[in-house]
Write a protein that binds this ligand. Sequence first.
Ligand SMILES: Cc1cc2nc3c(=O)[nH]c(=O)nc-3n(C[C@H](O)[C@H](O)[C@H](O)COP(=O)(O)O)c2cc1C
Length: 242
Amino acid sequence: MTLLHEYQNGTAYRREGLPAKDPHWQQGVGPFKSYAEGGARVLALQRPSTWPKADLWETLGARRSHRRFAEGPLAQQDLMLLLWAAQGITQPGPWPFRTAPSAGALYPVETYVCAARVEGIRPGVYHWELPEGRLALVAGRNDVSAAARSACLGQDMVSQAAATFVWSAVWARSGQKYGDRALRYVYLDAGHLAENLHLAATALGLGACMIGAFLDDAMNDLVGVDGDDEAVVYAACVGRPK
Ligand SMILES: Cc1cc2nc3c(=O)[nH]c(=O)nc-3n(C[C@H](O)[C@H](O)[C@H](O)COP(=O)(O)O)c2cc1C
């Protein structure tokens, strides 16, 4: 039996009983992480006064992976729209709901932006902070493009992209309810929000490509997570298509 089969069988829900919960999972983990509270510099992103119009069916039909990007920058407004599409809050409240569904509304996925060429934004790694909807600077670095490319197994599209979005999982958020089965849900959650971003990019006339091929340690280092309690699960690069 491979590890995959062992995991799938070991976390299966069956009529005769659900898998026992592992008491090691930390309880009471909330859905937000904040660098701003730790003193990081913050950049407010303005919501548009009018939202761009797009036809859903045309957008679905036009979505394609783009791997060659023009040199121009990404508008700050477009960055905001992409982030909102992936993880915007659509129902505020004590436990806000978002644009993409999440198992148990636990929202285990964090979004980081490796901004290489975004109007008005110094190159570097940023964290998308919710519920405020702002960017917090994790690390200013002029070589962010090269570092992201290297972490993504040298994929050239990453160095051409204006921005690379990196999604990490805070395992305990989902694990506190679902135990080891959380792994299944975390990757599904990431897929939902990434597709939202891909469709938004298409609707805005931008190009995007999902990234599953990356060096885990290098990617975790890039966004400054430990790879244990929080680890990178997915990424996507975006730019003006060439
Ligand atoms: C989970 C996942 C991981 C992917 N990883 C990469 C990647 O690392 N590099 C890449 O060039 N494309 C990657 N892709 C894009 C696929 O190659 C692409 O979606 C597929 O060829 C279908 O083309 P389309 O997106 O234009 O429909 C990935 C797609 C998914 C869903």
